[in-house]
Structure formats: structure tokens, C-alpha cells
Design a protein around this ligand. Structure first.
Ligand SMILES: [Ca+2]
Ligand SMILES: [Ca+2]
Length: 381
């Protein structure tokens, strides 16, 4: 009996020891040891000592479609999040400067990923096919015209400005003077633009165009106007919402109506086509003197080489390929309203000047569209 009690007592000691193990180090201690974790918390504006700022997890009860996976992961599984950020960093390093890959990673980070390289055949291979056939540039101009005409019938508000029918004979004559490498590069970008128009329709089909117009006007307001409006909007009794709150709610309503993965699909493909067009132009540098202007429903296409050009603020530019010269750009590489959502400049050579026009999206800005500036060489300002 004594032995049994002894054994039982021993077991109790063991059990008691099991119930009170040495406490693990707090999570914040582990996180403090990682430089990557510290940087990530800092970038996200979260306190590393207590990422659980909402101990009742109230945010989980709010049905908000805009809470990103990155946020959830950092809150709920910070150690896994570190690995994810490393993966993201490796992806960005591997993407080098290819804008299609960088945009693909950004879209994924925003939970709107479109894995374009997993599709068979890949969209970029289809564009290449369109760009490498005989008379490719003219064929792509004709195709883009037909796409825009069909889109105009579907959504007249998106193509409010009338556009001329393409004069194929004249276009063919103009194109004849353009070096084949430049023709191919332009055809490649236009093939991608053609699809981007269709992706735009698919992404924005639930958004009334006037809502987009209103948002564009709002985004282009100067800081000065905004401040004045804010002041005006505050009710002296403080019962009404301030203007920026009203703006935020309007933007959220709009965001709920946009299909972001579709939107990014078109933009990623277009970026990939521009990346490849620039690669092609670098492989076959042109020394020829030429200049051609072609009209499309989405803006003007200008192909130029051998001269110092001055691109003035005039007709919206869909595409500029300029192979040489010290050029000045007062326009381009930014959307000019709903009918002209895409604008790409590829400048292969020369010391160029890029001048932003006040109050308008400029060089490399996108507002419900894409603005892209690829300057391949030179001492530019
Ligand atoms: Ca030039
Ligand atoms: Ca340059």
C-alpha cells in the first residue's frame, strides 16, 4: 500500500510538472530577433510588440471585402507572413524591371492576382503571333477599329467622341516608310491594347460611366480645391460627415463594382507586350529617318525616328515609338479620359525631356487606365 501511494505521488509530481511547463518566449521576442519582421511591421504601420490591437477580434465581424490577406496573415500568423514577404521579395528580384511581372506580383498582393503565364497558349505568345505576320501593323489597326466600334455600340458613353473610319489605303502607304522592327513593336502593343479594351469592358461593366467620370474629376482636383471643399463641407453643428469621409464611401461603392482580377489581367498583358516591344527595339536599333501619324479610336499612334521631336499637348496619344533624337514630351504616357484610357511611350534613344502638365495625369500615371513610359537610354530630365 505504501509503495502504491508512493508511486501515485510520483505520478502526481510528474503530472503537476506537465501542467506547468516553462512558459514559451512571447511572440514579440521572437519577432524582435528578425530584421525582416521589424521592417515589415514598420512598413505596415503595426506595432511589433502587440500586433493584436483588437483583442476582441472585432474586425473579423465586419464584412469588409477590402481586408487583404497580407493584413490577416500579419495579424494571425506573423511567422508565416515573414516567409511570404521573403517569397515576395525574391519574386520582385527575379522580375528585374519587367513591368508585366512586377504588376502581376502587385495584383497578387492586392488579392486580385491573374496568373497570365499559366494560361496555355500564353497571351503574350498570341500577341507575338499577331505581330509577326505579314502586314501586322495594318491588320492590328483594323482589328482595334472593329473592337472599338463594337464596344461603342455596347457602351456609347465610353466612346462619346466620334471617331473616323480607318482609311486602310492611306494607312498602308504611311506604314510602308516605317522600319520593319518598329512596325512589329507597334503591332505587338496594339494587339495587347485590343485585348485590354475587352478586359476593361469586362472589369467595369457594372460601373455606370458617369460614376467613373465623377471619380476622375475628383481625383484631378488640386489640393487647393480639396481643402476649400473640405472646409465648406463641415457642418458647424458637426452633425454631417466631413467631405473626405463622403469621398471614401463613394470610392468604396465604386470599388465594390469593379472586377479587379479582370482589370489586372488586361493591364498585365499590356505591360508584358510593352516590355517585349522594348526588347525587340533594343535588339534592332533603327537609324532611319521616318515619321508617321495614325489615328485610332483610342488616340493617335506616332512612330518616329532620326529627329528631335516635340510632342505637344494636343490629340490624346495611344502609342509613341520614337527610335532616336533628343525629344520633348509635354503629353503622353497617361490616360486622357474614359475614351482614351491607354497611353504608352517607348523612347529608344536620346536625351529627352518629360514635362508634366499641371492638373492632368502625366508620364506614367493611370486613372482607370494605363500610362506607361519606357525610356531606354540617354541623359533625361
Ligand atoms: Ca525623336
Ligand atoms: Ca532618353
Amino acid at each position: 500500500m505504501r509503495a502504491l501511494i508512493f508511486v501515485t505521488a510520483l505520478e502526481c509530481v510528474v503530472l503537476l510538472a506537465g501542467e506547468a511547463p516553462a512558459s514559451p518566449p512571447p511572440l514579440s521576442e521572437t519577432l524582435h530577433k528578425s530584421t525582416a519582421a521589424k521592417q515589415c511591421f514598420e512598413a505596415l504601420g503595426l506595432p511589433i510588440d502587440g500586433p493584436g490591437f483588437d483583442r476582441n477580434e472585432n474586425f473579423k465581424r465586419v464584412e469588409c471585402p477590402f481586408v487583404l490577406n497580407t493584413f490577416r496573415m500579419w495579424r494571425e500568423q506573423p511567422l508565416r507572413a515573414i516567409d511570404r514577404e521573403r517569397h515576395l521579395r525574391d519574386g520582385l528580384i527575379a522580375a528585374e524591371m519587367r513591368s508585366g511581372d512586377v504588376l502581376s506580383i502587385a495584383a497578387n498582393l492586392l488579392d486580385s492576382g491573374s496568373y497570365r503565364s499559366l494560361i496555355e497558349p500564353r497571351p503574350i505568345d498570341l500577341f507575338k503571333k499577331h505581330a509577326e505576320s505579314d502586314g501586322a501593323l495594318l491588320k492590328n489597326l483594323v482589328r482595334l477599329q472593329a473592337t472599338c466600334e463594337a464596344q461603342q455600340k455596347l457602351h456609347p458613353a465610353l466612346f462619346a467622341k466620334k471617331f473616323e473610319k480607318l482609311n486602310e489605303k492611306k494607312a498602308r502607304e504611311k506604314i510602308a516608310g516605317v522600319p520593319p522592327a518598329v512596325q512589329r513593336a507597334a503591332a505587338l502593343v496594339l494587339a495587347a491594347v485590343n485585348d485590354a479594351v475587352l478586359w476593361r469592358e469586362a472589369a467595369f461593366r457594372n460601373v455606370p460611366p458617369e460614376m467613373l467620370e465623377q471619380e476622375i474629376a475628383q481625383l484631378l482636383r488640386s489640393d487647393h480645391d480639396e481643402k476649400q471643399d473640405d472646409d465648406k463641407a463641415i457642418d458647424p453643428r458637426s452633425y454631417t460627415l466631413p467631405a473626405d469621409m463622403a469621398d471614401a464611401m463613394r470610392e468604396m461603392d465604386l470599388a465594390r463594382k469593379i472586377d479587379f482580377p479582370r482589370w489586372y489581367a488586361g493591364m498585365i498583358d499590356l505591360c508584358s507586350a510593352v516590355d517585349l516591344a522594348a526588347e525587340w527595339l533594343a535588339k534592332e536599333p533603327s537609324v532611319a529617318l521616318f515619321r508617321v501619324e495614325l489615328e485610332t479610336p483610342l488616340g493617335r499612334v506616332i512612330l518616329s525616328g532620326g529627329s528631335d521631336d516635340d510632342y505637344r499637348d494636343g490629340a490624346p496619344l495611344l502609342l509613341v515609338i520614337d527610335t532616336s533624337g533628343n525629344d520633348t514630351y509635354h503629353t503622353g504616357a497617361a490616360p486622357s479620359g474614359l475614351q482614351f484610357p491607354f497611353s504608352v511611350i517607348i523612347d529608344a534613344k536620346g536625351d529627352d525631356r518629360y514635362i508634366a502638365v499641371k492638373g492632368k495625369p502625366s508620364q506614367g500615371a493611370g486613372v482607370f487606365g494605363l500610362g506607361m513610359l519606357v525610356d531606354m537610354a540617354g541623359n533625361d530630365t
